[in-house]
Design a protein around this ligand. Structure first.
Ligand SMILES: [Zn+2]
Length: 419
């Protein structure tokens, strides 16, 4: 079977016809309905980032599937020592499923996705899995159960082709991505550093069929203002109003976004005071920060800290905080070359693939995987999805299964063979 495949590949390279390679294309078409069943099974195990029991069930399910595909499985439980604790990190984090496939070649390729979702346990009861036309609905179905399904069925195609021309093919499925990967960022970076290529499988959007070579770095800025309480009716002049000082600070830091550098700085949370007739003693606020370059974290942190020096109410105490939650993925020449290859593969299906180099404000684990500077990394190999991280119902476009399975399978084959 193998020599035949080699000839088929060579014939197309020479002929440069816009037609998908056989027998892979026919196999992808057969795989499509099986992948839909996998999507259903993945959605039917709820796995919110804080639902440890659900995450454990899904990890066990994935472990079994990956063993059946021939992988050597390992489960990684985040330890307190290796956890980069953020203000919203829960005590228990989901584990990571790692599957290693050893091949006969030299190239080392990593596939990355995450099994946790942003939804609380019980959401599935209200929005059960269902298919309507070419859409499959369910909590987390796009982000990122679609990426997990693409990986499982790409592996199944490679197995059916008896393809082992890579040196190592490593699958990493994370369980705390939606919490900014506090317990797994180190692991993902160190596994990434062992590989030459990382294909990260977050969903693409139903509006643009694309992959991304850049993602945003995400930070958060915070302000804690301490004033002095006093009776609001009897002697308000003795108080120092933390809410008013916070309002002053928010207004004077409200223009820190920098469109030219791609820095976004937006206040998103605030609270203050606790009794209507008492001058507020405490007020707090948090801002969401996005950057395109790692060095811009320093730029924006300095601008923020400089700006909050001036106060409106002298006797209040203003404390500024700045947290780097997630690094950005930055474009490299190697990742551009990967994208070119991917566009060539899409062209065989008569499709065009967009390549995003701006990050669009989204942050993912691809940046951690690429953190060592070692692997060429691209993001967005999951299915076309809609409504993730929103109050709208999340769905995937089932018509994106075939092109996406073909793309990832071919890309693995080509990079493994050094093409
Ligand atoms: Zn995601």
């Amino acid at each position: 079977m193998k020599p035949l495949l080699w000839f088929a590949g060579m014939a197309f390279a020479v002929g440069a016809q816009a037609a998908p390679q056989e027998p892979l294309w026919a196999m992808v078409k057969k795989e499509q309905p099986v992948a839909v069943e996998t999507l259903r099974d993945l959605v039917n195990i709820e796995s919110g980032s804080r639902d440890k029991e659900g995450l454990d069930r899904l990890a066990a399910f994935l472990g079994e599937r990956l063993v059946a595909l021939g992988g050597k499985i390992e489960y990684y439980e985040p330890t307190p020592a290796d956890t980069h604790r953020l203000y919203d990190t829960p005590n228990e984090l989901g584990k990571v499923v790692i599957a290693r496939f050893a091949g006969t070649g030299t190239r080392r390729i990593m596939l990355l996705a995450h099994m946790d979702t942003v939804y609380a346990h019980g959401t599935l009861g209200k929005r059960p899995y269902r298919v309507e036309g070419s859409r499959a609905y369910g909590p987390g179905i796009a982000d990122d159960k679609s990426g997990v399904a693409v990986i499982l069925h790409t592996l199944s195609l490679l197995e059916a082709l008896d393809f082992r021309d890579y040196g190592a093919l490593t699958v990493v499925i994370n369980g705390d991505e939606e919490l900014s990967s506090p317990g797994t960022r180190k692991l993902i970076q160190s596994i990434g550093a062992e590989h030459e290529f990382v294909f990260s499988c977050e969903p693409t959007s139903t509006k643009h069929d694309e992959i991304a070579l850049a993602t945003s770095g995400i930070g958060s800025a915070s302000l804690t203002v301490r004033g002095k309480s006093a009776h609001a009716g009897v002697n308000p002049e003795l108080g120092r109003n933390a809410i008013i000082e916070l309002a002053h600070q928010l207004l004077q830091t409200n223009d820190l976004s920098d469109a030219e550098r791609g820095i976004k700085f937006n206040w998103t949370l605030s609270s203050g005071g606790n009794t209507r007739n008492v001058i507020a003693e405490l007020a707090t606020a948090s801002a969401d920060v996005r950057v395109r370059r790692l060095s811009d974290f320093d730029v924006i942190e300095k601008r923020f800290r400089d700006r909050v020096q001036s106060k409106l109410i002298p006797d209040t105490h203003v404390e500024a905080g700045f947290e780097r939650r997630r690094a950005p993925l930055e474009v490299t020449e190697a990742s551009r070359a990967l994208a070119k290859k991917a566009q060539g593969i899409y062209a065989e299906m008569g499709r065009s693939l967009l390549v995003d180099e701006t990050g669009n404000g989204v942050g993912t684990d691809a940046a951690f995987a690429a953190g060592s500077g070692e692997p060429a990394t691209a993001e967005g190999f999951g299915l076309a999805g809609y409504g993730y991280h929103s109050s709208e119902e999340e769905y995937v476009d089932l018509d994106s299964i075939e092109p996406r399975l073909y793309l990832l399978t071919r890309l693995i084959m080509d990079t493994a063979r050094g093409r």
